[in-house]
Ligand binder design. Sequence first.
Ligand code: WQD
Length: 345
Amino acid sequence: MKETILVTGGTGFIGSHTTVELQQAGYNVVIVDNLSNSNATVVDGIEKITGTRPAFEHVDCLDYEKLEGVFQKYDIKGIIHFAASKAVGESVEKPLLYYRNNIVSLVNLLELMPKYNVKGIIFSSSCTVYGQPDAENLPVTESAPIKKAESPYGNTKQINEEIIQDTIKSGSPIKSIILRYFNPIGSHPTSIIGEMPNGVPMNLIPYLTQAAIGIRECLTVFGNDYNTPDGSCIRDYIYVVDLAKAHVAAMARILDGKSEDDVEIFNIGTGHGISVFELINSFERATGVKLPYKVGPRRGGDIEAIWGNVDKANNVLGWKADTPLDDILLSAWNWQKHLREAGIQ
Ligand code: WQD
């Protein structure tokens, strides 16, 4: 058995998939989650997939004393920090909730790490830090300028990146890898774990699969008059299992002492831009399901086009997203069908 890794937010969408990949790579995993946007049954699902039950602690990362108890109980060597509030719209309504949840949680972890000899932390950041890159900066590299955040949520990602940089610059004996994700989608191939949106989904894939299965009347494509080849917005859709594997590679890099800098930043995407219409075509091709959709007005605040240059992750981290889009969309569809069969949605 390799080292023990603390996964905060480990019952959430990306956290649960990452826990599975960590266990399958031989790591021992302790999950901390306050279950504010997830369910403890996810731990059963993880065990079903891997045959090993991760330790689970129902703790809020805001609660310093309880969080310290977790460090006392387990010999944690690395942290993957997912626990955060993540709804862009809600963050505009409740900025202080977002600043408290997302910033204090990280500060608590960074304070506890040296005290308990934890070597490194992987932080979930986002391509949202780039805003809309200028056309000549696409695909966007890690050195592209950081734009002023569009929402308090986005701002917490930027601030947290700075908090990590400042803490390590001040001499804290830890290392960090910041992963800037593009658009994570899809579900585990077993359909045992997947994305569980709360209420009406805001993101494209859960809305699309709910429309395909009849929970929603039809998908609205937000705008077909953008300056892109087919007029719809372009994103870099990354399979959640590929994304999970990027975390395993990053954790190993820190624990094996291979980091070249104390803080390293990697874009985590496919390197390909896909439009909303291309994605709909791919979904219909992969599943054989006809998707009900219509074109509606643009959504306020949407970025026209962004996709990542992922050369650094490919070459330095030795990781590559290689799952074909059709397979990813099929996994999302199978998950939606699983939710129907289980009577959940
Ligand atoms: C994708 C595309 C929509 C819904 C989110 C987060 C952001 C960052 C990345 C984490 C866009 C279009 C959507 C619908 C549509 N994540 N769309 N109809 O906007 O890229 O950003 O992921 O930090 O913070 O907000 O993702 O899935 O909402 O939209 O046409 O019903 O699908 O316009 O082009 P987005 P998304």
